[in-house]
Design a protein around this ligand. Structure first.
Ligand SMILES: Nc1ncnc2c1ncn2[C@@H]1O[C@H](COP(=O)(O)OP(=O)(O)O)[C@@H](O)[C@H]1O
Ligand SMILES: [Mg+2]
Length: 205
């Protein structure tokens, strides 16, 4: 059996990740591909518990390194217990956020040293990486406007605007550093136009 492909979608809140992932999964299912959809942090039983610690607004005192380590703990659980087994069964896996988000949020947002994050990524992932990553890029302002009507913000969403500007800029830097894997998509376009671009690239896999 052919190993499945691993696709990740990233970007700031409100970029349109969930919207596009719905359509990506529909597209793959129409093609007769088995799909496992997941998200970070979380996606496993243990990972969802870690997620609730990470996003709990009561945990304001959490040290940035602790946040980083919890993100990678959740990721390890997801890779070992969900993503790799699914790929080996021939399923395609689509994840809402992945390692690029740790560089963007903990590296950019929290200003942790990117080299240290790379070391941790090597430790947890080794050579494992997505086959394709879509970076949905919108300005922080547009992203924030789109999620204005959402219910209460989580611990990370409560950060100030400059935090998200740094997040966006590290995402963009990574798409420039890894252009083969990370495809930057202008996510201010219409839902359908964005999805068309995504489908062309997915079909090339
Ligand atoms: N291309 C788009 N243009 C305008 N609005 C969009 C677009 N994509 C998504 N939205 C809307 O923006 C909001 C946030 O989208 P969502 O997919 O939940 O983003 P994310 O998962 O990245 O936070 C939703 O209300 C959604 O309907
Ligand atoms: Mg979402």
């Amino acid at each position: 059996m052919n190993r499945g492909k691993f696709i990740t979608i990233d970007g700031v809140e409100g970029a349109g990740k969930s919207t596009q992932i719905d359509l990506v999964c529909e597209h793959l299912i129409e093609k007769g591909i088995k799909v496992v959809r997941t998200r970070e942090p979380g996606g496993t039983e243990v990972g969802e518990k870690i997620r609730s610690v990470l996003l709990d607004v009561e945990n304001q005192e959490m040290h940035s390194d602790t946040e980083l380590l919890l993100m990678f703990s959740s990721r390890n659980e997801l890779i070992q217990n969900k993503i790799i087994p699914a790929l080996e069964e021939g399923c395609w896996v689509v994840s809402d956020r992945f390692t690029d988000a740790s560089f963007a949020y903990q590296g950019g947002g929290r200003m942790l040293n990117l080299e240290r994050i790379s070391k941790l990524a090597d430790w947890v992932l080794g050579d494992f990486k997505p086959d394709l990553t879509f970076l949905l890029d919108v300005t922080v302002e547009v992203g924030m406007q789109r999620i204005e009507t959402r219910a209460a913000k989580d611990r990370i969403e409560l950060e100030e605007r400059a935090f998200f500007e740094r997040v966006r800029s590290v995402f963009i830097q990574r798409s420039e550093a890894f252009p083969e894997r990370i495809k930057l998509i202008d996510a201010t376009a219409s839902v359908n136009d964005i999805q068309s671009k995504i489908r062309v690239l997915i079909d090339s896999l």
